[in-house]
Design a protein around this ligand. Sequence first.
Ligand code: SIN
Length: 302
Amino acid sequence: MSSYKHIEVAPITGNIGAEILGVDLKVNDAETIQEIRRALLEHVVVFFRDQDLDMAEYISFAQQFGPFGKEPFVETMSEHPNVIAVVKEATETKTINFGGQWHSDWSFQECPPFATLLRGIDIPPYGGDTLFANMYLGYETLSDGIKKLIEPLIAVHSARRPYGLGKSILGDTDKKAMKIVRSEEAHNEVEHPLVRVHPETGRKLLFINPVYTVRLKGMSESESKDLLNQLYRHALNEAFTCRFRWRKNSIAMWDNRCSMHLAINDYDGYRRELHRITIAGDEPYGTAKPKPDISRKVLSAG
Ligand code: SIN
């Protein structure tokens, strides 16, 4: 029997993703929001259909989950400083799309977002689906030997590959409808444990991604590559992923702490627009980097 009283939760695969039915997101009562949050923790990404919200209603729904995250390197909407319009115009053909490689959002931040919401505005007649991967399973299905090997490792994250001053993996950023702001700041590095403990579920997961994880601490990029690629290959087993077909007024919300995602670029000649909001998260921790308040206590005790 379902443990949800206010929503219906219909998994779309056995491993990741659920559609949430029977809910109008204009009505943000606390118990419904609590149940949506519980479904998110259980399924990693949740989807809503036919939510005809205006921008104020969309923002108000997002705010029920916490304060906004910070949006660096991409200009937000002029009237909505916490919303990014993810746009590829019909004329932008043979280009690299925003979000087109496996990543988790802004993992180069000290405190990467807890969740991201994305709402379908203008959807091509085919293509432009988003894929999601469950990074708990990426970790849990590793052998004990590999788990032991990676547990003490720290991964170094940086925004430099897409947003740094050299060649960008996004291609020619000046020719995009989205305003990308590349800067020196994108070269900063932040360290996170490779094996992260989820602050709400307590489960361990792989907290790395091919866009922002640039190397492992104490190793060069080329030395780190083999192990990181092996972990990505393992984590991106099709059985640990799901695929979402967009429609106007669909909303996806993912737990950015334990997932990766990718937008497929297979709709040249058609326009695609979605509106993205991130919700602030906390500092990742794991065996390789203790929970911040514990380390502070240890420091002050010493
Ligand atoms: C993103 O990576 O945040 C955007 C994903 C998408 O456009 O489907």
